[in-house]
Design a protein around this ligand. Structure first.
Ligand code: NAI
Ligand code: OAA
Length: 343
């Protein structure tokens, strides 16, 4: 298994004086730079396309371990006003991140049929750690949105690495669980025969199996379902990632719907950075709302990240039970991450 201990000895790419210069330089630069880490991948490419179309982005930084020149050249011909820059390989990671206001990370391995998300930990822990360490050097005040699985464990790993680098601000770190909300809205709209955009539903907990908890009791419009119908709908939402993995039959997991979900989440961060009020998203963040240290719930976003972790939505008895049933798994997955960084 990859040793996180070794990681700590990877030298900081930017010396202190360079960092100070960079921070000053970023301060006088205008606009919002968004860095996509893993930009050449199945999620990274369509996500980068959607961000190129977002008028709130002024600079789009595309980084991957493989060459991103072609993707950047291609996107740069789209007639929207943001600039697109290509970065790849270890040496260019710091450059990709410098002055970024938002760093969104779809880097890492996806599942194959028969795998659990937790089985991606060995492959993806190092990716997340490398990015976290580089962020602490290059853009410590950026908002960080991690898509990489297993989200339940990756986010605690990133928090631990940032703590070691003295750069952890819980308000700025997010695990992206937006796809769970997107799916819940879609499946409920299908049942009700209405526009998915008219559905509002919180999805709390984490992003794996039973830790994904859609609160059907809080759905707007109201759902009139019996217990069996509710259980079926909850399972459909919880297993939706696996549904895509099976359908892709070895060619990866959700990419296009994830790109849509991440573009929506990043747009909310951008709106909050621009001081738009009342921007609320469900995300997996450090939390004291449950017995788990990291927990997905609705958060109020502001220019500095999380302005307020909103109270847990109300739950019916079945949802309370599902919450109790999932906490053990969620806590174990969090602990796995903390242990990995410590050992
Ligand atoms: N949070 C969520 O709801 C979802 C999360 N995911 C996760 O997103 C991740 C990416 O999925 P896909 O885009 O389908 O995979 P992919 O394999 O198509 O793309 C991953 C990209 O990451 C790059 N990469 C790997 N290591 C890197 C490093 N150290 N630095 C920079 N780039 C690196 C690869 O070169 C590749 O271009 C997976 O872990 C997957 O499980 C996928 C769907 C939903
Ligand atoms: O299922 C996977 O491995 C990818 C993912 O997290 C999702 O689609 O929700």
């Amino acid at each position: 298994m990859f040793s996180l201990k070794l990681m700590r000895h990877v030298s900081a790419v930017s010396p202190l004086s360079q960092l100070k210069w960079n921070l000053w330089n970023c301060g006088i630069r205008r606009g919002v730079k968004v860095a996509v880490i893993g930009a050449a991948g199945g999620i990274g490419q369509p996500l980068s396309l959607m961000l190129k179309l977002n008028p709130l982005v002024t600079e789009l930084s595309l980084y991957d371990k493989v060459d991103t020149k072609g993707i950047a050249a291609d996107l740069s011909h789209i007639c929207t006003s943001s600039t697109v820059r290509s970065y790849f390989g270890k040496k260019q990671l710091i450059g990709a991140l410098e002055c970024a206001s938002i760093v969104v990370v779809p880097a890492g391995m996806p599942r194959k049929p028969g795998m659990d998300r937790s089985e991606l930990l060995d492959a993806n822990a190092s990716v997340a750690s490398i990015v976290a360490k580089a962020v602490s050097n290059a853009c410590p005040t950026a908002l960080l949105a991690f898509i990489t699985n297993p989200v339940n464990t990756i986010v605690p790993i990133v928090a631990e690495v940032l703590k070691q680098e003295d750069a952890y601000d819980p308000k700025r770190l997010f695990g992206v669980t937006t796809l769970d909300v997107v799916r819940a809205k879609t499946f409920i709209a299908e049942l009700l025969g209405i526009d998915p955009q008219a559905v509002s539903i919180p999805v709390i907990g984490g992003h794996a199996g039973k830790t994904i908890l859609p609160l059907l009791s809080q759905c707007d419009p109201k759902l009139e379902l019996d217990s069996a119908e509710k259980a079926k709908l909850v399972s459909r939402i919880q297993d939706a990632g696996t549904e895509v993995v099976k359908a892709k039959a070895g060619k990866g997991s959700a990419t296009l719907s994830m790109a849509y979900a991440a573009a929506h989440f990043v747009n909310s961060l951008l709106r909050a950075i621009n001081h738009e009020e009342n921007i609320i998203e469900c995300a997996y963040v450090q939390s004291d709302l449950s017995e788990a240290e990291f927990f997905a719930s609705p958060v109020l976003l502001g220019p500095e990240g999380i302005e307020k972790n909103l109270d847990l939505p109300e739950m019916d008895e079945e949802e309370e039970q599902r919450l109790e049933d999932m906490i053990g798994q969620l806590n174990k997955e969090i602990e796995d991450g903390v242990k990995l960084v410590a050992c």
